[in-house]
Write a protein that binds this ligand. Structure first.
Ligand code: HXC
Length: 517
């Protein structure tokens, strides 16, 4: 029996309403502000023709505040699955053009369906957040609806990669859904994220502030550390999503997209021999080392503007996807402080849970000294690095380029933290503390009595460095697997990664460890 024209027309009519969303005028307004509509974002995200929507005919069920006769097409969110580079991905996109993208029970149900699908089929999930928050007319039902989204974000954590794009308002408790996901991208203009806005802050505390200061992309990327990437606009945000996905597996049971050739051929790179400054006290940009190690110099840095004294991000070495973690000597001398420890530990845990080997580049003089650091809990935060590395079971390769002192040496994945290989350059200095500090303690009396204190201190420090900080001392005790020429580094790491790809390490069963938070 063929479908009647009436029925077919009705379906098309309903589809048209859903596809129009807030209508042409609202779409024009968005374009004028340089923003895409909710559907345009999904079109940009997925390969052409691959998006399959679910819940297009969704309707709210509110009967208060005159809502009984009000239609909210799609209930202000578009959800479904599609393909990116041939891989299935789930997504939702809140439609600010319809009821301000506000979240009610049906709206949340659609997001939950996308999240559930992602979990069941093991696909990444991307959420475009652009919403006035809980739909006020739905009252506590809307709060509960948020709770259901949060609950699923947590269940999916460590199962499939979750990426949030903040592309409009994301206010109050609504900000906790993206905060529970793995990576947050925020558009530079037109997006705000905050728990209490400037007006509430002023009313409650008397403090005067601006949205720029507390809720902008810039503030979150550099000060709060809540987001990982700033996008110039929606198109750029989608590009960042695509690039991230190119390094990530679809789920925790899969390998990341390695590009392994049958034959491994890596040549020496003489440029690495000259990469460190001659004076061991001078800084250098560790990204220059990373870019020489990463295939084609292709390194995707994560959270570049936050805690810049540690650099983290993705790349490939000999085709194997790796997570790089490196001290950055140009910022705070590459010391580990509270923010750097939080950033590093979270990245290590992401890599571990998604089967991404970790390459750690060490040049760390220690933890950052300071009253503030001690009082704000550097012990608790620094411990996260130890916890993250010690619990990571993926292949872990550590390269000590220069300084590796004290507890920070351990916190940068020493052999004792389970590193599978520890390589060191001849310039490595591995010791309990820096030479200058050590001689001040060990030779206090001699220095006090010396005719030329500075010359004596230098002589003793040089002696200490040669005798106690030499990489050969550590190599002799097997804390270092091998001392290598810098030029040999990429080949050595690539070979180690190949050898370790099938690594399996089991730990005692437990619910979860109790990482210091
Ligand atoms: C219902 C909402 C809404 C909401 C916006 N709208 N937010 N409807 N519930 N939360 C509607 C508006 O009534 C308007 O409808 C349309 O969306 C566009 O909103 P405008 O205000 O015209 O847009 P704009 O000037 O761009 O301002 C955007 C805004 C503002 C800054 C986001 O709308 C706003 O302040 N909204 C309320 C934010 C808020 O307080 N939300 C509740 C937070 S509590 P019409 O029909 O005129 O087009 C919360 C708790 C969650 O979210 C807790 C989870 C644990």
């Amino acid at each position: 029996m063929a479908i009647s024209k009436t029925l077919a027309d009705e379906l098309e009519k309903r589809r048209k309403v859903a596809l129009e969303g807030g209508g042409a005028k609202k779409a024009e307004d968005r374009h004028a502000k340089g923003r895409m509509t909710a559907r345009e974002r999904l079109d940009a995200l997925f390969s052409a023709g691959s998006f399959q929507e679910f819940g297009m005919h969704a309707q709210h069920k509110t009967r208060h505040f005159g809502m009984e006769n009000k239609s909210i097409p799609t209930d202000a969110v578009i959800a479904g699955t599609g393909f990116i580079d041939g891989r299935p991905v789930a997504a939702f996109s809140q439609d600010f053009g319809v009821a301000g993208g506000s979240l009610g029970e049906i709206h949340a149900k659609k997001i939950c369906h996308a999240l559930d699908s992602a979990g069941k089929a093991g696909m990444p999930v991307i959420g475009f957040n652009d919403s006035g928050g809980a739909r006020i007319q739905e009252g506590v039902g809307a709060l509960s609806a948020y709770g259901q989204v949060f609950y699923r974000n947590v269940q999916l954590s460590g199962v499939v990669p979750q990426i949030s794009v903040i592309a409009g308002p994301c206010a109050g408790g609504a900000a906790y859904s993206p905060a529970l996901t793995d990576f947050l991208i925020m558009t530079r203009e037109n997006a705000q994220m905050f728990i209490c806005g400037p007006e509430v802050i002023r009313a409650v505390t008397g403090q005067v502030t601006t949205m720029e200061e507390i809720g902008s992309a810039q503030a979150h990327a550099s000060v709060s550390g809540n987001i990982h990437f700033i996008a110039e606009n929606d198109t750029h945000a989608v590009e960042i999503v695509h690039r991230l996905l190119s390094f990530l597996p679809s789920n925790n049971m899969s390998d990341p997209p390695h590009r392994i050739e049958a034959e491994l051929s890596v040549e020496d790179d003489p440029a690495l021999d000259d990469i460190l400054p001659e004076d061991p006290k001078l800084p250098y940009d560790c990204r220059k080392v990373i870019e020489r190690l990463a295939d084609d110099g292709d390194f995707m840095e994560v959270a570049a503007d936050f805690a810049a004294n540690i650099v983290v991000g993705f790349g490939r070495i000999g085709g194997v996807v790796v997570g790089f973690v490196s001290n950055q000597p140009t910022v705070k001398a590459g010391t580990l402080d509270i923010d750097a420890s939080d950033k590093g530990a979270r990245f290590v845990r992401f890599c571990n849970v998604f089967n991404i080997p970790i390459v750690t580049l060490v040049d760390v003089p220690g933890f950052l000294p300071g009253v503030n650091e001690e009082r704000r809990g550097i012990i608790r935060h620094g411990a996260k690095m130890l916890f993250a590395y010690a619990s990571a079971t993926v292949p872990k390769i550590t390269l000590i380029m220069r300084k590796a002192y004290g507890g920070a040496y351990l916190a940068m994945c020493s052999q004792d933290m389970g590193a599978d290989r520890v390589l060191a350059w001849p310039t490595a200095e591995i010791a309990v503390m820096g030479a200058e500090g050590a001689v001040n303690i060990l030779y206090r009396k001699e220095l006090a009595n010396a005719e030329d204190r500075t010359a004596k201190a230098k002589e003793l420090a040089d002696e200490y460095r040669a005798e106690f900080a030499s990489p050969y001392l550590s190599a002799g005790m097997l804390f270092v697997s091998d001392v290598i020429q810098p030029r040999e580094t990429k080949g050595a790491i690539a070979l180690s990664l190949r050898a370790l790809l099938s690594k399996r390490e089991t730990r005692p069963p437990k619910k979860h460890g109790n990482i210091p938070l």
